[in-house]
Design a binder for this molecule. Structure first.
Ligand code: PEP
Length: 260
């Protein structure tokens, strides 16, 4: 089990004040672990104050969303260009963006390119709906979302990429995908990456699992071959739960190392 990436997606939760209290609490609870990279994804409003509060050796930041043009007359939008230097990662194509805000692969493609253009690592979220799974279309959906989102990027850029496998039916529902389903999906994604960018790049892309991860289920997902971390929504809003997941991950990694 190599280094793990754990991202907490706060979605549209926490005021600036609450975010500050949360980060203060989390910083006390989370030890700095070499083997675990922790990324917080607050709302845009809280990004700047949180950036002043954190130790970047302990936490990095991600934007939950952004618009792909760098600047211009796009009222209400925030660009990757404006987020440059503030965040190290940005979510792209989260299922809530795809299904509530009607974003398509064309949008995710533009956003992936805008993130790279501005020195931000995109976390491309992919995953099938329940009806697509029942219809046996999971492989096709993942193929289309990976290919559609990654057109026109170089192999060097792709090597830095993070992909989050998040079955839509598991996000915020309490329904967990089984480790077997997650392993199979990660394999499909890596095979597709290999077709697009070659074996070496496919192996270096980090693939995360997301979808109703809890304190009780986190370890089982992290031990799946081909899974490099977690994208956690609901459970990341409780500083005690989130910090325990992070510290347990460190202990899990340490246990594996010691047994070798
Ligand atoms: C998410 O926001 O990406 C997510 C996986 O949410 P939850 O953990 O609440 O299902």
């Amino acid at each position: 089990m190599g280094k793990k990436l754990i991202i907490g997606n706060w979605k549209m939760n926490l005021t600036i004040h609450e975010a500050s209290l949360y980060v203060h609490k989390l910083a006390d609870l989370v030890k700095i672990h070499q083997g675990v990279e922790v990324v917080l994804a607050p709302s845009h409003l809280a990004l700047q104050p949180v950036s002043l509060q954190i130790n970047y050796r302990q936490f990095k930041l991600a934007a939950q969303n952004f618009y792909w043009r760098d600047e211009g007359a796009f009222t209400g939008e925030v660009s990757a260009h404006q987020l440059r230097g503030l965040v190290q990662y940005a979510l792209v194509g989260h299922s809530e963006r795809r299904h509530i805000f009607n974003e398509h692969d064309k949008d995710t493609r533009h956003k992936v390119q805008a993130a790279y253009r501005n020195g931000i690592v995109p976390v491309l979220c992919v995953g099938e709906t329940v009806s697509e799974r029942v219809a046996g279309e999971t492989r096709d959906v993942l193929h289309d979302q990976v290919t559609g989102g990654l057109a026109n990027i170089t192999s060097e850029e792709a090597a830095e990429l993070v992909i989050a496998y998040e079955p839509v039916w598991a996000i915020g529902t309490g329904n967990n995908a089984s480790p077997t389903e997650v392993r199979a999906a990660a394999k499909m994604i890596r095979t597709q990456l290999k077709h697009l960018f070659g074996e070496q790049v496919a192996e270096s892309v980090r693939i995360l699992y997301g979808g109703s991860v809890t304190l009780d289920t986190a370890a089982s997902y992290l031990s799946i071959q081909g899974i490099d971390g977690l994208l956690i929504g609901g459970a990341s809003l409780d500083a005690h739960v989130f910090s325990t997941i992070i510290n347990n991950t460190h202990d899990q990694l340490k246990g594996i190392k010691e047994r070798r």
